[in-house]
Design a protein. Structure first.
Length: 342
């Protein structure tokens, strides 16, 4: 009897200890092994360096915040090709125009921060539009890769316009308001400044695209426009339009005899920049890879040729320099009365 009782006790103890041996020896068929929650072994590589390892291993999307075929689009595509060459990968372009350039920038801010979505973020949508529209981004929403181009603007009229010079236009606008076409800001601020200096009255007519604005100037539906070199230079060169003044800090190559507003004695200038950004949470290691690629791409001969052929000014800034410029203008525009500018 005692022997039987002792045997039953030994069997019971063995049954209770069996699961413990199963867990200590590895994963059993019915019981998952516990996760290893211990800290990883120390490594000589930076903790986050894996974020850029093998990057890029698939196609990168570049969002362009203006219409296909325009100056921004053409230069961005050329720059994207040069970046892809520097990275040894591929970049595809998606155009998202609208909201005076803010629609594409909004999409960029909301994109996955993994380095596979980059975007053209021009100065006005970053620094100025947030004071005009109810956008969901601020300058803090991005990491800045570089600036790669500078817009140059000018005041143009059709070839058969009665306004032969800027003085003609100003004198007429003193008598009664004259409309000018533009696709958005900062152009109206420049015309506002010109009007304040001279007593001329200019009324802003906003166009959804440069193509529409060009058509209305050529058709005589709007007396003049403040447009960018890339979009208007070909018409000036062909003689279909006349440049009255460069609103850029430099003269236009296609009409070097025409002075800038500042050379004419006016305290007005209309400059803006094309830059590239990624969402704010993009890993720093990937940002550095992209910044290096941008610096290399800017020297690419094909990109430089496209900029020349489209009458645009290549202008390079590092990511930090472009961010500083954006924040400077963001602060500046916070004091502007946009309603009075049209």
């Amino acid at each position: 009897m005692k022997t039987r009782t002792k045997l039953l006790s030994l069997l019971l103890c063995a049954a209770m200890l069996l699961p413990l041996f199963a867990c200590s020896g590895g994963q059993s068929a019915g019981t998952p092994a516990p996760k290893d929650t211990s800290a990883p072994a120390a490594s000589s590589a930076p903790a986050a360096s894996g974020a850029a390892e093998g990057y890029p291993d698939r196609v990168i999307t570049m969002i362009v915040n203006y219409s296909a075929g325009g100056g921004t689009d053409l230069s961005a595509r050329a720059f994207g090709d040069a970046i892809a060459k520097a990275l040894g990968g591929n970049i595809t372009v998606t155009n998202l125009p609208g909201g005076t350039g803010s629609l594409g920038v909004t999409e960029l801010a909301n994109s996955k921060a993994d380095g596979y979505t980059i975007g053209v973020a021009t100065l006005a949508p970053l620094a100025l539009v947030p004071y005009q529209l109810d956008v969901t981004y601020t300058p803090d929403s991005f990491q800045y890769l570089c600036a790669f181009g500078q817009y140059g603007y000018g005041i143009v009229v059709a070839k058969d316009s009665p306004y032969q010079t800027l003085d003609d236009l100003i004198e007429a606008a003193k008598e009664s308001p004259i409309s000018f076409g533009a696709t958005g800001y900062p152009q109206p601020l420049t015309m506002k400044d010109l009007g304040a200096e001279t007593g001329a009255q200019f009324s802003f007519v906003q166009y959804p695209s440069t193509t529409d604005c060009v058509a209305d100037v050529l058709g005589g539906f709007v007396p003049c426009a403040l447009g960018d070199m890339a979009s208007f230079a070909a018409y000036v060169k062909s003689g279909d339009m006349r440049l009255l003044a460069s609103a850029h800090s430099q003269r236009w190559d296609v009409a070097p005899e025409v002075e800038t507003l500042q050379e004419m004695g006016y305290n007005a200038v209309c400059d803006s920049y094309m830059g590239l950004c990624v969402p704010a949470d993009t890993p720093d290691e990937i940002v550095e890879v992209l910044r290096d690629a941008c610096a290399t791409a800017f020297e690419d001969a094909a990109f430089q040729e496209i900029m020349t052929n489209t009458n645009q000014a290549p202008a390079y800034m590092t990511g930090d320099e472009y961010e500083a410029l954006v924040r400077e203008y963001y602060e500046l525009y916070s004091t502007v009365d946009f309603e009075s500018a049209g």
